[in-house]
Write a protein that binds this ligand. Structure first.
Ligand SMILES: [Zn+2]
Length: 447
């Protein structure tokens, strides 16, 4: 299998360190708000990578962190006059719900930052001991001039490195390449932890909280070891986040941290970057509110290669909806025939695309090229790689009572009595069925 490695900026043959098992770390959400569709694009591509690796025959140990303490969380929780622990809870719950709706496989572990403070302290202590970190004004910083390979991932030029100057915020751009903060000294009104870094009189006890970057180093290495196979994320995380993760981890252990950095591209909305001021930071809720099944969004994501920008428009989503509907209708038709057949050359061709750096648009082209010749089994097989959950789109014998209700609903719809029609739809749902209106009339799905 070939994967584009951001460390070498090349497609490379991927083989895990251990013969059968892949260690896979993915930067998770900072739970200060609802995740937007740009975030989910990244989580979908990582899920596709995982499914492909699993299909090829590897066991994937995926770890995704939950950042439940950082600058943004503290700021927002304070604005709401809430303890950070209570503030993050609903966002965390919503995040897991959304993952389920998008049919993203659960990670092996979802470590929370606040539950791994002692691991972070140990890591920072090691960096202090090795002279790669120093204390200044009650905070601890990473000295980038002491780590020779700093800038390797993000391809910084040596003259861009300004060592000796410090930066305290978790997020910054390449214009601010500085010594970054590992541990932030206690500030009034902020959550803090007592820490013993065990070095010198000023450092015996420094109360404070971790910086964002150290969270990922500590949690990835705790569960996956000092060196692991793949680190996933997005191009916006390359600098400073992933660059700093490498510096902290390799600085402390002296071993190569990650073999493959795999980074997804941005999602644009109507050709523009998502931003608060443009009101285009859509969530999955927004998509559902407009009547789309979240899996339609997943289908749309598959249409672009993960390393190209994806332009999200409602029209494109409508197109994805129609494609997915066509597949679902076909499943219903094929289900009635219930034939078992394997289209070998189709499967081989599709996997060839997937194993070439997850060429999902290419794989979809293969899928549609063979569409009319595919059996129900073939479609389910492809669905498991794409994660479209079509295996659940099966045909049960429809009870006469349900058929009657559907007929009644159609009559109301014919008379444009929408409320009555909706009421029947709800009644049908309660009985375990879902009605999907298609061009060829209503289609039933077991809910
Ligand atoms: Zn991270």
């Amino acid at each position: 299998m070939k994967l584009y490695n951001f460390l070498s900026r090349k497609k490379e043959n991927f083989r895990p360190r251990r013969a059968k098992s892949v260690g896979f770390y993915t930067c998770g959400p900072t739970v200060y708000d609802f995740a937007h569709i740009g975030n989910f694009r990244a989580y979908i591509f990582e899920d596709i990578l995982r499914r492909t690796l699993e299909y090829v025959g590897y066991r994937v140990k995926q770890v995704m962190n939950i950042t439940d303490i950082d600058d943004k969380i503290i700021r927002r929780a304070r604005a709401h006059r809430m303890p950070t622990v209570d503030f993050v809870k609903p966002y965390e719950e919503a995040f897991f719900n959304d993952l389920k709706k998008l049919n993203i496989k659960p990670a092996w572990k979802y470590p929370r930052a606040t539950k791994h403070i002692s691991e972070m302290i140990t890591l920072i202590s090691k960096l202090l001991k090795k002279g790669l970190a120093y204390e200044e004004g009650g905070s601890i910083y990473f000295d980038i001039s002491k780590f020779e390979r700093y800038g390797r991932l993000s391809r910084l030029k040596p003259k861009e490195l300004k060592s000796g100057l410090r930066i305290d915020v978790d997020e910054y751009t390449k214009q601010n390449v500085r010594d970054f903060v590992l541990w932030k000294g206690k500030k009034p009104g902020e959550p803090s932890w007592k820490a013993n870094f065990g070095k010198g009189p000023t450092l015996n006890a420094v109360e404070g909280r971790p910086g964002w970057h150290i969270e990922c180093s500590a949690m990835s290495m705790k569960y996956l070891g000092k060196s692991f196979d793949i680190h996933g994320g997005g191009v916006d995380l390359i600098f400073p986040h992933h660059e700093n993760e490498i510096a902290q981890s390799e600085g402390a252990t002296g071993k190569p941290f990650v073999r493959f950095f795999v980074e997804g591209e941005h999602l644009l909305v109507d050709g523009k970057k998502m931003s608060k001021s443009l009101h285009n930071m859509f969530t999955l809720k927004d998509i559902e509110r407009r009547g789309f099944d979240p899996l339609v969004f997943r289908y749309l994501v598959l249409n672009a290669h993960y390393r190209s920008r994806l332009n999200f428009t409602w029209k494109a989503l409508e197109g994805a909806k129609n494609s997915l509907r066509r597949i679902r209708e076909r499943m219903v038709i094929l289900g009635r025939r219930a034939q078992k057949k394997t289209h070998k050359s189709f499967r081989k061709e599709l996997m060839r695309r997937m194993e070439d750096d997850l060429d999902t648009p290419g794989a979809l082209r293969v899928f549609w090229k063979h569409f009319d010749a595919l059996s129900r089994d073939d479609i389910i097989w492809a669905s498991q790689i794409f994660g479209l959950n079509l295996e659940r789109w099966r045909v049960r014998a429809i009870p006469a009572g349900i058929k009657k209700l559907v007929k009644k609903r159609e009559e109301f719809r014919g008379k444009k009595e929408w409320q009555k029609a909706d009421k029947i739809r709800a009644q049908i749902k309660k009985l375990g069925w879902q009605v999907e209106d298609t061009a060829k009339g209503p289609v039933l799905k077991s809910a």
